[in-house]
Design a protein around this ligand. Structure first.
Ligand SMILES: Cc1cc2nc3c(=O)[nH]c(=O)nc-3n(C[C@H](O)[C@H](O)[C@H](O)COP(=O)(O)OP(=O)(O)OC[C@H]3O[C@@H](n4cnc5c(N)ncnc54)[C@H](O)[C@@H]3O)c2cc1C
Ligand code: SF4
Length: 565
């Protein structure tokens, strides 16, 4: 069987389409003070912090106009597109709301017990004591989609305008200064034609623009190209599929597992593990996270999670329970070396996942995103007070913060796992003990789409769904609350005739069953096949961008409506 790199079949997409000067006549432009793209932890922490700072700055508030701060969010509501573990370090919440008692935080509980297991297909072997990266005492289990709703409510109470169901589709740049964003059109048909309810997008001009788009930033990556901001290594990602279960018996600890059903051999490059977190007395969440640098085209994270639930150790936790939520999302995993070389350009800053601020060895990003949002707010207020759009102070703040310190310490910890589970684990442990000093240096990382894909046997391991413990992709998408119009334009850019290995990669990888190879081509063994796209299933996880395609922005409001992921 040949091995083929998805990067050889780049999507029909030009990042330059996502950047340009304002086009609406001046009198028709919507003017806001600060435009924040993305109502996730980064964007909403930024919005809240801005309002707190503006309380002491009446002159600046006046200058920012009627809408001093606006958050532009493509989900139906803030939180609709958010999915995370979500085992949260409390530092950012403490800093943002110092007077708010923890009893009022949107969390299920504080973590008091940790457990780590290595799974084989039958056994669960405890790792004692849990490795340092897996110690979560003092953290809080939350749901990031609930956290998003909470932060949005706080922001609205403080005077922020949340423009939900609005996709920012273009970064407005004039004379190399960012001037805001353009919102996407609404009411277009499959071929892009204007339907009866068509509404064109608008230029939203701002004195400062914060890109807090999260994983796979559409405008962010266009800005990285345009302003030459790319980091030392390419962006890369892991995919996570998560379920929430109502269970009769409460879980008393946070659990992480490694090993099965991922295969140990370095040739498969299957790096990842699971999380199982208690959510109060009657719910647990379970998720599997896997690096998108794997090489078997038949690997499917959704199906690997279904298989994992049949393990006796895990089946017991879910016994007598009912699945109540499902979702999928990618996590940037390039860490320190994938962070952009600058976080600010005139008129704009980037914060959170969009800037690769995730510590993969500890699977933490929420508090980094929130801290970054708050630093951005501070730098923006200081600059705007001087009538300046130079936000470089934000760069400095991040450089001197725990965000950069932690990511620097873990900068090489993901890379050794290409050497296999045991050797990779041993090297990463040495790095953890020495806080990244040994062996130090820069272990280069590759683009996920540069890994050559082969048709392997991962797909043969998966189980037939029984609709009690295990489920297929389509029923799962239904549970995500996805309500994208069937006649919406296709927002997923791929080449639609590609080698079988690439097509199979997309079919298996996509947790939402967006891609299909026609049956007759599957059966006749053709080397090159067509890929059919059902874009309305897409839950905007972002994985296609990692593996050779490009997720662009659908109409605002499309996609999942996560409630508790
Ligand atoms: C499976 C999984 C498990 C994880 N587990 C943990 C964990 O246990 N603990 C932890 O701390 N972290 C965890 N993380 C990471 C954490 O969730 C992220 O680091 C964090 O959510 C990043 O916040 P953000 O605001 O940068 O981005 P996001 O949370 O992704 O928010 C971005 C928002 O921007 C919106 N948006 C994007 N582009 C546009 C646009 N152009 N126009 C309008 N809106 C836009 C999106 O809809 C979204 O609402 C996990 C992540 C995943 C996927
Ligand atoms: S089509 Fe959507 S859901 Fe499927 S992999 Fe791509 S981004 Fe994820």
């Amino acid at each position: 069987m040949p091995a083929v790199k998805p990067s050889e079949f780049p999507p029909p997409f030009d990042p330059a389409d996502a950047i340009g000067p304002p086009t609406d006549p001046e009198e028709d432009r919507i003017e806001v003070g600060v435009a924040i793209v993305g109502g996730g932890p980064a964007g909403l922490a930024c919005a809240n912090k801005l309002m707190q700072l503006l309380e002491d700055e009446p002159e600046l508030t006046e200058k920012l106009g009627e809408v001093p701060v606006a958050v532009i969010e493509k989900g139906k509501v803030a939180g609709a597109h958010l999915l995370s573990g979500a085992n949260m370090r409390p530092s950012a919440m403490e800093e943002l709301f110092p007077d708010l008692p923890k009893s009022e935080w949107p969390v299920y509980q504080e973590v008091t017990k940790d457990a780590v297991y290595i799974l084989t297909s039958k056994a669960a072997i405890p790792v004692k004591p849990p490795p340092p990266g897996f110690r979560n005492h003092g953290n809080y289990v939350t749901s990031v989609s609930k956290l998003g709703r909470f932060l949005a409510e706080k922001a609205e109470e403080a005077g922020v305008y949340i423009l939900s169901e609005t996709a920012a589709t273009k970064l407005l740049v004039d004379d190399r200064v960012v001037k805001g964003v353009r919102s996407g059109d609404r009411g277009r048909g499959k071929e892009g034609e204007e339907l009866a309810n068509f509404e064109p997008g608008s230029d939203v001009v701002a004195k400062a623009t914060v890109l807090a788009e999260g994983t796979v930033g559409h405008l962010t990556y266009a800005a990285y190209d345009y302003f030459d901001m790319h980091g030392a290594d390419p962006m890369r990602w892991e995919i996570g599929v998560k379920e929430v279960w109502e269970v009769p018996k409460p879980l008393d600890r946070v659990i992480h597992t490694m090993g099965w059903p991922l295969r140990k051999s370095p040739s498969f490059n299957e790096f990842g593990g699971s999380f199982i977190y208690p959510m109060g007395e009657d719910k647990v969440c379970i998720g599997l996270v896997v690096g998108l640098d794997y090489t078997d085209a038949t690997f499917s994270c959704h199906d690997a999670l279904q298989l994992m639930k049949t393990h006796p150790f895990i089946e017991k936790i879910l016994e007598g329970g009912k699945r109540v939520a499902w979702g999928a999302k990618t996590i940037p995993s390039g860490g320190y070396f994938a962070m952009p070389k600058r976080l600010a350009v005139p008129g704009m800053v980037v914060a959170g996942d969009a800037a690769s601020m995730v510590n993969i060895p500890t699977l933490k990003g929420i508090h980094y995103a929130m801290h970054a949002g708050m630093y951005a707010a501070e730098a923006i207020v200081e600059a705007l007070k001087q009538d300046s759009v130079n936000f470089e102070a934000y760069d400095e703040k991040v450089h001197n913060s725990p965000i950069e310190r932690d990511l620097k310490e873990s900068r090489n910890m993901r890379q050794p796992f290409t050497k296999g589970f045991f050797l990779g684990g041993a090297i990463a442990s040495a790095m953890t003990v020495t806080k990244g000093a040994f062996p130090g240096g820069h272990w280069k990382q590759e683009d996920d789409a540069e890994n050559a894909m082969e048709i392997g046997a991962a797909g043969d391991m998966y189980v037939q769904p029984d609709n009690e413990l295990t489920f297929n992709k389509l029923d799962s998408v239904f549970l995500s609350g996805n309500a994208t119009r069937d006649d919406a334009p296709n927002h997923v850019r791929i080449q639609t005739r590609v080698p079988r290995e690439v097509a199979q990669t997309w079919v298996s990888m996509c947790p939402a069953q967006v891609y299909e190879i026609p049956d007759e081509q599957l059966e006749n063994g053709a080397a090159e096949v067509d890929v059919h796209v059902t874009a309305s299933n897409c839950v905007q996880c972002g994985a296609i961008t990692a593996k050779g395609g490009r997720l662009t922005l659908p109409e605002g409001g499309d996609g999942p409506l996560y409630q508790e992921t």
